[in-house]
Design a protein around this ligand. Structure first.
Ligand SMILES: [Cu+2]
Length: 179
């Protein structure tokens, strides 16, 4: 009888929709990292690139590093980009990774560090989600779900937040410099 109870409990645990719960809270735990609300923005038809944004909270006393990202379903490849200002001109370039500070937070957002999905296979529509992954030096490869926000959104649409106007619109930036 006890074994029957145990089997039922085990079954309940297996059947629990853990990914759905994580998605509901928009938080994925990976070791000492908390990956909060990965998001992207709707793209016009014909667009070849889209930005990817996320907040990563590091609860460890040692830094980690975001090394790579991917979303094979919607793009041929993804790069991590740094935005810089030189002589009044905004530009961005590919970097090998970006640090997640010890006990700190890394925020990828429009106008700052971001993931660049390149070679878009189709337009992204507001309200949809697509699967992807983030790869960290220590925490390893973590599966995430990106939520597509409105075109021009400067912050994820979450209750209780009002995003200030962005200093620039990343969507309008020229990515041809990469090739
Ligand atoms: Cu970029």
């Amino acid at each position: 009888m006890f074994s029957t109870v145990r089997i039922l409990v085990l079954a309940a645990c297996i059947l629990l929709p853990a990914p759905a719960l994580a998605q509901h809270h928009h938080v994925v735990e990976a070791g000492s990292l908390e990956i909060v609300h990965p998001w992207s923005r709707a793209t016009p038809g014909g667009a070849k690139v889209a930005g990817g944004y996320v907040t990563v909270v590091n609860k460890d006393k040692a830094p980690d590093r975001l090394m790579a990202a991917a979303a094979d379903g919607i793009s041929a490849k993804a790069e991590i980009h740094e935005v810089s200002m030189k002589d009044g001109v905004m530009s961005m370039k590919r970097v090998d990774g970006v640090a997640v500070p010890a006990g700190g937070t890394l925020t990828l957002k429009p106008g700052s560090w971001h993931i660049m999905f390149m070679g878009l296979k189709r337009p992204l529509k507001q309200g949809e989600t697509f699967p992807g992954s983030l790869t960290f030096e220590k925490a390893g490869k973590v599966a995430v779900e990106f939520t597509v926000e409105a075109t021009g959104a400067t912050a994820p649409a979450m209750p209780g937040t009002t995003g200030p106007a962005a200093p620039m619109d990343h969507g309008g930036m020229d990515h041809h410099m990469h090739h």
